[in-house]
Write a new protein. Sequence first.
Length: 122
Amino acid sequence: MQQESLDRVLTTDEEIVPSSGLAGAVMEAVRRETSRPMPIPFPWKRALPGLLLAGLVVVAAVFVPMPRNGFGGSALSVTGVAAIVAPILLPMRKFGLNWLVGALLLSSACVRFSTRLASWRS
């Protein structure tokens, strides 16, 4: 745009009038928004026990020492579990399937937990 035409547009004393019905449409939209019900608040009282339990599990996993087999520990140790699971996981690891199976198991657990929680509530 050239400077003269820009000056002419900016110095015009014409009154800018909104299109007909604009004020009514805006007020109708405002009324519609104010008549909507308030959003449902997050149920913190129900979520707090689960959050506390998850925090307790994390703290226990980090700070509580694992019992040893020879020092009054359980009969099934981490090495015992590894010996059972290793023949299954090693071939899967060779092809990169361990991440896929882990993601599928985690997704399945989340879906089962949420459906059980939803059916318990209703």
